[in-house]
Design a binder for this molecule. Structure first.
Ligand SMILES: [Zn+2]
Length: 200
């Protein structure tokens, strides 16, 4: 079965050969990569998603940072930090932080799991096209690295005033950024659409 595809760089329409081995298909005119078939894409993405969910649970249940100022110790978790923003008169910011660092990454991983788990067991998830499109729309809204950068800047600034102890959640959060990036990169979207096309 051959599919017609327009190159996203130069718009040339060409027939995409059906490849079974991992590798790249390049545009005949401009050399852009049209399709990158990855080895064990579903299994790899699925394991990264599961790893991501474990890290997400850790990042949301353990202390993020602890501030030690003389005899006082204050601990924050990701969610209490967001709550703090809300009570300190920054409701808009707290909603954005909640959305971009907690809800969107969680939704991304849930969608991924919803799509990949049935596919792994040769089943077709109900409503795959809409869930997959929704997943694509979510991607620009995941801004965990921006949040991390903000944390680093404030830690450097606060370091002179108080002793700051990074918690388990901070390291889990950092690892989660990389795991989510790897999860997105290892997904072969052609393969997902191919599975949908050849469903029974
Ligand atoms: Zn091209």
């Amino acid at each position: 079965m051959q599919t017609l595809m327009a190159c996203h760089d130069c718009d040339l329409i060409q027939r995409l050969p059906h490849i079974t081995e991992p590798g790249r298909v390049q545009c005949v005119r401009c050399g852009a990569v049209l399709h990158h078939k990855k080895r064990n894409s579903i299994e790899r993405t699925l394991s990264l998603t599961l790893a991501g969910l474990v890290l997400f649970a850790l990042a949301n249940s353990f202390p993020f940072l602890a501030f030690k100022l003389e005899a006082q110790v204050r601990q924050t978790t990701l969610l209490t930090g967001i709550q703090e923003l809300y009570t300190q008169g920054m409701p808009e910011l707290s909603i954005i932080v909640l959305l971009t660092t907690v809800l969107v990454p969680l939704a991304q991983m849930t969608c991924m799991l919803y799509i990949l788990l049935p596919l792994k067991f040769k089943k077709m998830p109900i409503g795959l096209p809409s869930v997959f499109r929704f997943l694509r729309h979510l991607q620009p809204w995941s801004m965990m690295e921006v949040f991390m950068l903000g944390i680093l800047v404030s830690v450097v600034k606060l370091a002179k005033m108080a002793k700051i102890v990074p918690g388990v959640a901070l390291f889990s959060f950092l690892a989660l950024i990389f795991v989510l990036a790897a999860m997105t990169a290892s997904l072969d979207s052609h393969l997902i659409w191919e599975k949908w096309e050849t469903r029974r």
